[in-house]
Design a protein around this ligand. Structure first.
Ligand code: MG
Length: 203
Protein backbone atom coordinates (compact mmCIF):
# COMPACT_ATOMS: atom_id res chain seq x y z
CA UNK A 1 0.00 0.00 0.00
CA UNK A 2 1.04 3.59 -0.37
CA UNK A 3 0.44 6.75 1.58
CA UNK A 4 -0.17 9.77 -0.61
CA UNK A 5 0.17 13.15 1.10
CA UNK A 6 -0.91 16.62 0.06
CA UNK A 7 1.23 19.53 1.21
CA UNK A 8 0.23 23.18 1.49
CA UNK A 9 -3.54 22.66 1.32
CA UNK A 10 -4.61 25.25 3.93
CA UNK A 11 -3.82 28.93 3.28
CA UNK A 12 -3.08 29.89 6.88
CA UNK A 13 -0.61 27.02 7.19
CA UNK A 14 1.13 28.08 3.96
CA UNK A 15 1.43 31.55 5.47
CA UNK A 16 2.89 30.38 8.77
CA UNK A 17 5.64 28.53 6.88
CA UNK A 18 6.22 31.37 4.39
CA UNK A 19 5.63 29.16 1.35
CA UNK A 20 3.62 30.27 -1.69
CA UNK A 21 0.17 28.95 -2.56
CA UNK A 22 0.40 26.11 -5.11
CA UNK A 23 -1.64 26.11 -8.34
CA UNK A 24 -1.76 22.32 -8.35
CA UNK A 25 -1.72 19.95 -5.35
CA UNK A 26 1.76 19.36 -3.89
CA UNK A 27 2.15 15.59 -3.58
CA UNK A 28 4.61 13.33 -1.79
CA UNK A 29 4.52 9.72 -0.57
CA UNK A 30 5.30 8.10 2.75
CA UNK A 31 6.34 4.44 2.98
CA UNK A 32 4.27 1.91 4.98
CA UNK A 33 7.11 1.76 7.52
CA UNK A 34 6.14 5.27 8.63
CA UNK A 35 2.78 4.10 9.98
CA UNK A 36 2.17 4.03 13.74
CA UNK A 37 -1.10 2.42 14.79
CA UNK A 38 -3.08 1.66 17.93
CA UNK A 39 -1.88 4.78 19.78
CA UNK A 40 1.66 3.46 19.99
CA UNK A 41 4.20 6.03 21.21
CA UNK A 42 6.25 8.09 18.77
CA UNK A 43 9.99 8.12 19.49
CA UNK A 44 11.80 11.32 18.54
CA UNK A 45 14.60 10.32 16.14
CA UNK A 46 18.13 11.51 16.89
CA UNK A 47 18.65 13.06 13.43
CA UNK A 48 16.28 15.97 14.08
CA UNK A 49 15.99 18.68 16.70
CA UNK A 50 12.69 19.95 15.34
CA UNK A 51 9.95 17.38 14.72
CA UNK A 52 6.72 19.21 13.92
CA UNK A 53 3.24 17.71 14.25
CA UNK A 54 0.76 18.27 11.39
CA UNK A 55 -2.74 16.94 12.12
CA UNK A 56 -4.55 16.00 8.91
CA UNK A 57 -7.74 14.30 7.76
CA UNK A 58 -6.82 10.95 6.18
CA UNK A 59 -8.89 9.10 3.57
CA UNK A 60 -8.80 5.33 3.11
CA UNK A 61 -9.17 4.17 -0.48
CA UNK A 62 -11.73 1.38 -0.90
CA UNK A 63 -11.58 0.60 -4.60
CA UNK A 64 -9.08 0.22 -7.41
CA UNK A 65 -9.05 3.26 -9.66
CA UNK A 66 -7.05 5.27 -12.18
CA UNK A 67 -7.97 8.49 -13.96
CA UNK A 68 -10.94 9.03 -11.63
CA UNK A 69 -13.24 11.91 -12.56
CA UNK A 70 -13.98 14.36 -9.77
CA UNK A 71 -17.70 13.58 -9.82
CA UNK A 72 -17.02 9.88 -9.09
CA UNK A 73 -14.22 10.41 -6.57
CA UNK A 74 -16.49 10.01 -3.53
CA UNK A 75 -16.99 6.35 -4.49
CA UNK A 76 -13.32 5.56 -4.02
CA UNK A 77 -12.92 6.03 -0.26
CA UNK A 78 -14.94 4.60 2.59
CA UNK A 79 -13.29 5.76 5.80
CA UNK A 80 -11.73 8.79 7.43
CA UNK A 81 -9.48 9.44 10.37
CA UNK A 82 -6.87 11.87 11.62
CA UNK A 83 -3.21 11.17 10.96
CA UNK A 84 -0.14 13.10 12.03
CA UNK A 85 2.24 14.05 9.22
CA UNK A 86 5.34 14.26 11.40
CA UNK A 87 7.93 16.46 9.73
CA UNK A 88 11.59 17.00 10.62
CA UNK A 89 11.32 20.72 9.89
CA UNK A 90 15.05 21.34 10.30
CA UNK A 91 15.84 18.72 7.65
CA UNK A 92 13.05 19.95 5.39
CA UNK A 93 14.45 23.49 5.51
CA UNK A 94 17.98 22.29 4.87
CA UNK A 95 16.96 20.24 1.82
CA UNK A 96 14.54 22.85 0.47
CA UNK A 97 17.16 25.59 0.79
CA UNK A 98 19.56 23.57 -1.33
CA UNK A 99 16.82 22.86 -3.90
CA UNK A 100 16.85 19.11 -3.19
CA UNK A 101 13.96 16.75 -2.41
CA UNK A 102 12.92 16.99 1.25
CA UNK A 103 11.50 13.49 1.28
CA UNK A 104 13.54 12.18 4.21
CA UNK A 105 12.06 14.86 6.47
CA UNK A 106 8.60 13.28 6.26
CA UNK A 107 9.12 9.60 5.50
CA UNK A 108 11.13 8.21 8.42
CA UNK A 109 9.86 5.42 10.70
CA UNK A 110 6.91 6.56 12.79
CA UNK A 111 6.26 9.69 10.71
CA UNK A 112 2.63 8.71 10.07
CA UNK A 113 0.64 7.95 13.24
CA UNK A 114 -2.90 6.97 12.28
CA UNK A 115 -6.11 7.18 14.27
CA UNK A 116 -8.98 4.72 14.18
CA UNK A 117 -10.98 4.90 10.97
CA UNK A 118 -14.59 6.05 10.95
CA UNK A 119 -17.08 5.35 8.20
CA UNK A 120 -17.05 8.12 5.60
CA UNK A 121 -20.82 7.85 5.21
CA UNK A 122 -21.19 9.24 8.74
CA UNK A 123 -19.93 12.57 7.36
CA UNK A 124 -22.43 13.48 4.62
CA UNK A 125 -20.89 16.90 3.92
CA UNK A 126 -17.24 16.20 3.19
CA UNK A 127 -16.52 19.88 2.70
CA UNK A 128 -17.54 20.72 6.26
CA UNK A 129 -15.73 18.38 8.63
CA UNK A 130 -14.12 19.91 11.67
CA UNK A 131 -11.10 18.43 13.39
CA UNK A 132 -8.69 19.43 16.11
CA UNK A 133 -5.50 18.47 17.88
CA UNK A 134 -4.79 18.97 21.55
CA UNK A 135 -1.40 18.52 23.14
CA UNK A 136 -1.33 17.98 26.89
CA UNK A 137 -4.93 19.18 27.00
CA UNK A 138 -4.26 22.46 25.14
CA UNK A 139 -5.81 23.16 21.74
CA UNK A 140 -2.98 23.45 19.17
CA UNK A 141 -4.64 22.94 15.78
CA UNK A 142 -8.19 23.43 14.68
CA UNK A 143 -9.33 22.93 11.10
CA UNK A 144 -12.30 22.43 8.85
CA UNK A 145 -12.22 20.76 5.46
CA UNK A 146 -14.09 23.81 4.12
CA UNK A 147 -10.71 25.61 4.27
CA UNK A 148 -8.92 23.17 1.98
CA UNK A 149 -7.61 24.63 -1.28
CA UNK A 150 -8.05 21.21 -2.95
CA UNK A 151 -11.08 19.17 -1.82
CA UNK A 152 -11.03 15.40 -1.26
CA UNK A 153 -12.53 14.92 -4.72
CA UNK A 154 -10.05 17.30 -6.37
CA UNK A 155 -7.18 15.45 -4.73
CA UNK A 156 -8.42 12.01 -5.84
CA UNK A 157 -8.94 13.22 -9.39
CA UNK A 158 -5.47 14.76 -9.47
CA UNK A 159 -3.43 11.95 -7.90
CA UNK A 160 -5.23 9.22 -9.86
CA UNK A 161 -3.85 10.73 -13.07
CA UNK A 162 -0.41 9.69 -11.86
CA UNK A 163 -1.00 6.72 -9.56
CA UNK A 164 -3.33 3.75 -9.67
CA UNK A 165 -5.21 3.94 -6.39
CA UNK A 166 -5.54 0.62 -4.63
CA UNK A 167 -7.75 -0.58 -1.80
CA UNK A 168 -6.07 0.30 1.47
CA UNK A 169 -4.04 3.21 0.13
CA UNK A 170 -4.23 6.31 2.32
CA UNK A 171 -4.37 10.00 1.48
CA UNK A 172 -3.25 12.67 3.97
CA UNK A 173 -5.09 15.82 2.92
CA UNK A 174 -3.04 18.64 4.44
CA UNK A 175 -2.77 20.48 7.72
CA UNK A 176 -4.33 23.67 9.09
CA UNK A 177 -2.18 26.28 10.92
CA UNK A 178 -0.63 25.83 14.34
CA UNK A 179 2.24 23.46 13.61
CA UNK A 180 5.07 23.37 16.17
CA UNK A 181 7.72 21.04 17.51
CA UNK A 182 6.88 18.14 19.81
CA UNK A 183 8.91 17.23 22.88
CA UNK A 184 9.30 14.11 24.97
CA UNK A 185 6.30 13.45 27.18
CA UNK A 186 3.78 15.28 24.97
CA UNK A 187 0.35 13.66 24.71
CA UNK A 188 -1.27 14.21 21.31
CA UNK A 189 -5.04 13.73 21.13
CA UNK A 190 -7.10 14.47 18.00
CA UNK A 191 -10.78 14.53 17.17
CA UNK A 192 -12.56 14.12 13.87
CA UNK A 193 -15.81 15.97 14.42
CA UNK A 194 -16.81 14.93 17.95
CA UNK A 195 -15.04 11.60 17.87
CA UNK A 196 -11.66 11.12 19.53
CA UNK A 197 -9.67 9.03 17.06
CA UNK A 198 -6.05 9.17 18.23
CA UNK A 199 -4.35 9.54 21.61
CA UNK A 200 -0.64 8.82 21.95
CA UNK A 201 2.56 9.96 23.63
CA UNK A 202 5.89 11.27 22.36
CA UNK A 203 8.89 9.46 23.89
MG1 MG B 1 1.37 17.79 5.97
Amino acid sequence: MKIICVGLNYRKHIKELNWTEPVEPVIFLKPDSSILKNNKPFFIPDFSQEIHYEAEVVLRISKLGKGIAKKFAYRYYDALTIGIDFTARDLQKKFADSGLPWELSKTFDGAAPLGKFLQAENYPDKSNISFRLEINGILRQEGNTSDMIFSFDNIIEYVSKFYTLKTGDLIFTGTPPGVEAVKKGDNLVAWLGDEKVIDFFVR
